[in-house]
Design a protein. Structure first.
Length: 334
């Protein structure tokens, strides 16, 4: 008669072998439990002397970053973003403080009422640049009747010796609403006394509701090696995008100036050359593309969509190239 196995033994048979190994199951379980229940060695808490509590908790559960690391939030200086409170001073104070300390500025989602022009003058950070981060924020500057809602500049230069500033960056989607007799957004001074090198405009949406002959959306006065994506619309007769002196840059997006004499895009005044305009949506304006500066351009326009009465009016500059244009039904003159 076969003897029954002891309940304290487990039998494990190796495949292909006659040998039988006997393991005391209770002992094995005890070993496993012992390993699992061995107390972990206590870890040192480390040095917490560098921790900082610079954020401000709000009742909504978020935290305002007011230290400049990773950014300075406009709400730290009193901006509300409800489109009722006048946030002009709070935003301007934030810009000034951030520039002085080489900090980025963060504008969270919301509609910020602006009643006078905002100015970003980053000359003191000429070699470091300035970063403006928007989380889909709206700067509602419809109360600004003349001049830009926001101007980016680099002071201290003159037309014969421009100030050279580098690395301005607009990061995220930023909406600018305006009702101004001039351009709603202006980069650089119109006398070309400041040069903005290697700027990056990530996603800028501008709407100027003013209908005057000088009302426009976006003006780029002196830009070098830029990368620009912008949608610039105006109801006036200036331009959606006006390039006064722009070189070695990439531009895409859309532009409209629907008033009498308006141009979707205009290249005028200074030296505008060696730029690439890609996939532009140009509609509604009396003229989609206007080139009036009297210099050799060597600009390339790739796959633009024209849907204006006059698609292109190039009266002065030479050696500009139009590649694979698409014409809408409103085009009369090409």
């Amino acid at each position: 008669m076969r003897r029954p196995q002891s309940p304290s033994l487990a039998v494990v048979r190796e495949k292909g072998s006659r040998a039988v190994r006997l393991f005391p199951s209770i002992g094995l379980v005890s070993i496993i439990i012992g390993v699992l229940m061995t107390p972990a060695i206590a870890q040192s808490p480390g040095n917490f002397s560098t921790l900082s509590t610079t954020g401000i908790a709000t009742l909504d559960g978020d935290t305002l970053m007011c230290s400049g690391r990773p950014w300075l939030d406009v709400r730290c200086n009193g901006a509300v973003g409800d489109d009722a409170h006048d946030d002009t001073n709070a935003i301007q104070t934030t810009f000034n403080r951030a520039i002085a300390n080489n900090w980025p500025v963060f504008i969270p989602s919301g509609s910020y009422k602006v009643t006078s022009s905002l100015n970003i003058d980053y000359a003191s950070q000429a070699t470091n640049g300035f970063r403006l981060i928007s989380q889909g924020a709206v700067l509602d500057g419809r109360a600004v009747s003349a001049g830009p809602v926001i101007q980016i500049q680099c002071s201290g230069g003159n037309p014969n010796s421009p100030t050279g500033c580098f690395y301005f960056k607009e990061d995220g989607t930023l909406f600018i609403n305006a009702d101004s007799s001039g351009y709603a957004v202006v980069i650089g001074k119109p006398d070309f006394s400041d040069a903005h090198n290697s700027i990056k405009i990530d996603h800028l949406i501008v709407n100027n509701a003013a209908v005057g002959s000088t009302a426009g959306a976006c003006q780029f006065n002196y830009v070098l090696d830029g990368d620009i994506y912008a949608v610039c619309d105006a109801a006036g007769g200036a331009a959606g995008m006006a390039f006064e002196q722009t070189q070695f840059s990439r531009v895409s997006g859309a532009a409209t100036a629907s008033g009498a004499g308006g141009r979707g895009i205009v290249l005028e005044n200074g030296f505008n050359f060696s730029n690439t305009f890609s996939g532009l949506d140009l509609e509604v304006s009396p003229t989609c593309l206007s080139i009036t500066f009297n210099h050799n351009g060597l600009n390339t326009f790739i796959s633009p969509y024209f849907d204006c009465v006059t698609a292109v009016s190039a009266t002065a500059s030479i050696s500009n190239t139009l590649v694979n244009p698409n014409y809408g039904g409103n085009v009369v003159t090409r």
